[in-house]
Design a protein around this ligand. Sequence first.
Ligand SMILES: [Zn+2]
Ligand SMILES: [Zn+2]
Length: 382
Amino acid sequence: MRKVNSLALKKTLSGKSIKEFIKYLAFIFTVLIVLTGATCTPIQIEEVLENPYQNYPYWYKVQTHAHSTRSDGSNGPGKVFYHYVQKDYRAMALTDHDIPCGIIFDDPLVDSEIIGIVYIPSEEDGDWGSEHMLAINLDPGLASNGPCGPEHEWPAQRRIDYVINQGGIAVLAHPYDSDHGWSENKILNDLDRFTGIEIFNPGQRGPGGGNNMRTINLWDRLLQQGRKVWGFSGDDCHDVDGDHFNLGWILVNSNKNAREYWEGENPKDPQEFRNDLVANIKLGNFLAMTRNYPPDGHGSTDTGPQVKIQTLGGIVSVSTEEISSKIRIIGNSGNILASARNKNGLSYTLTGEEKYLRVEVEQLKNGVEILAYSQPLMVKLN
Ligand SMILES: [Zn+2]
Ligand SMILES: [Zn+2]
């Protein structure tokens, strides 16, 4: 083959045809440059975007921060579960302080798990004077009697590692709480491996969002460093009849149909449903939701906006089933990169400058306003 080719080339290069051949080569190179420029650049941008959203058909409300009489809450665990399932929650990380995390409630309402909600073994780790951390999806097999979370006198990184190493989810709770919060410097520069931070906690609320807005700002600074950290929202509920109930939750995307775990003659094992939700939380396939306060939305079973986020050829597309009052795409340390009002979609084309993108969607329905925060889409390379 090589011989034939070199003979053919010699023939081509003889005489006048050399000039034409050079022209031909120049033409081919020009075409190649145009083609690669037009087709490859968007693919490269798409490849560097890490989209945690799987866009499965189901969304489930999950509470990741609540207390019962097992620690400093006012209601027994059964009552807590009962009230949350009434508001359409499908999983619950009951995060009492430093308690055994196994299902030892002595409460038939919870033990039976037939009420359409699953329990994720969890606790809120931390002493009265120390930094609080939500330790979610702990392994009750690790401790027969004592707390199966970390010891709260351990250094913070050791507490985080202990949770992560057993397949758990470590969330730094209410970072700006005056008694049990975290040092900004520690979060930004020292700690590693934590799954997320609590971007909304009713205890941090204040005028104009108070410390919750500071936490969102802290989250943006972490993301700008290229740190893949998820944002969580929870009630920190101590009394289901009080104000801090059904105000903050996460909405987990799943391909499991919850009905199959509680309905029909042969329902599937709810633990499989729980494990699926936990896996999707770890992946970042969930939204963090907050409801406005007031007016009263205490009784709302609304999930909030179910947001679809897709990436294609360097374009990020956001869509919601219903018209949303506001959609924002955020990046570059918290700047609004694109926004829309009263629409059910918004797109943004990457410029190559972004370290991450995240989405905020506001929905106003029957006087109840719910704000959804997406998890970040990290840009792996620039
Ligand atoms: Zn706390
Ligand atoms: Zn708490």
